[in-house]
Design a protein around this ligand. Structure first.
Ligand SMILES: Cc1cc2nc3c(=O)[nH]c(=O)nc-3n(C[C@H](O)[C@H](O)[C@H](O)COP(=O)(O)OP(=O)(O)OC[C@H]3O[C@@H](n4cnc5c(N)ncnc54)[C@H](O)[C@@H]3O)c2cc1C
Length: 230
């Protein structure tokens, strides 16, 4: 389904990631974790899939883009309030549909976007399950939604940061997301949890291998690969 939405505002999330908010047309609905194809530019020549980074109950639509200097990013930066953008969707089966177990979310960098949408949704629904978020970034300043995730309004929520470069301020794991980090930090039983992994394809592949080392079955895992990043 093709829908025209109107640009509302830009919110700076990190030095390299901005959120862009748009109007939500009446009747437009999506599931947390889904994405749309967002066409920009003359005759919609600049096209990328972008995940919703906000909750499905909120009265706006939000995407959060890693800023790479591409023509697509430059176009996003040039939007004025009221400008029209065409979106196609919602698309995708990276969602929490049919998941009744405890959840371990694993996000790499900008891969946090669909997972943030899910967490907002879970908080909105007063979900009481054990939920762990393991969030990998290069540096402390790259952590998007830091404050919000720290204060996430869920009764059994644990946030674990993994940074490639150590931080003086934050208690984090240093390096990459390994089987050791997952097994020591996940609050629920690994064999009966659902795993939601989102990030660049290389990161998703690496985490899948780490989960296999822990005996996690592939039917416990759902993935969202942000093709377009290495
Ligand atoms: C299902 C799905 C959901 C996704 N959701 C998101 C999301 O929520 N947020 C998000 O950010 N991405 C998301 N992506 C990835 C997104 O669709 C793009 O592929 C990605 O953002 C790269 O687009 P780009 O315009 O930045 O770079 P492109 O123009 O596609 O170029 C690819 C790479 O080349 C480099 N590059 C290009 N132009 C320049 C330049 N002028 N200067 C320097 N370097 C340059 C950049 O490193 C860039 O990453 C998603 C992908 C999929 C498949």
């Amino acid at each position: 389904m093709e829908t025209t939405v109107h640009f509302l505002e830009r919110i700076v999330r990190t030095p390299q990631a901005n959120s862009y908010r748009f109007t939500r047309p009446p009747g437009f609905s999506f599931q947390a974790g889904q994405y749309v194809i967002v066409s920009l530019g003359q005759e919609g020549m600049l096209v990328h899939p972008l995940s919703f980074s906000n909750g499905p109950h909120q009265d706006f639509l939000e995407f959060t883009k890693r800023m790479t200097g591409s023509a697509y990013c430059q176009y996003l930066e040039g939007l004025f309030p009221g400008d029209k953008v065409v979106i196609k969707g919602p698309i995708g089966d990276f969602s929490m549909q049919g998941i009744h177990d405890d959840i371990v979310c694993i996000a790499g960098g900008i891969g946090i976007t669909p997972i943030r949408s899910m967490l907002i949704d879970l908080a909105h629904k007063h979900d009481r399950r054990a939920i762990t978020l393991i969030y990998g970034n290069k540096d402390e300043e790259d952590i998007a939604f830091f404050q919000e995730l720290t204060e996430m309004n869920l009764p059994d929520f644990k946030l674990v940061h993994v940074l490639q470069h150590s931080s003086e301020k934050l208690k984090t794991h240093q390096g990459f997301i390994t089987s050791k980090v997952i097994s020591t930090e996940a609050t629920a039983d690994l064999q009966s949890s659902a795993f939601l992994i989102s990030g660049p394809p290389t990161m998703v592949r690496t985490v899948e291998k780490q989960l296999a080392l822990l005996g996690v079955r592939s039917n416990q895992i759902r993935t969202d690969r942000f093709l377009g990043y290495p």
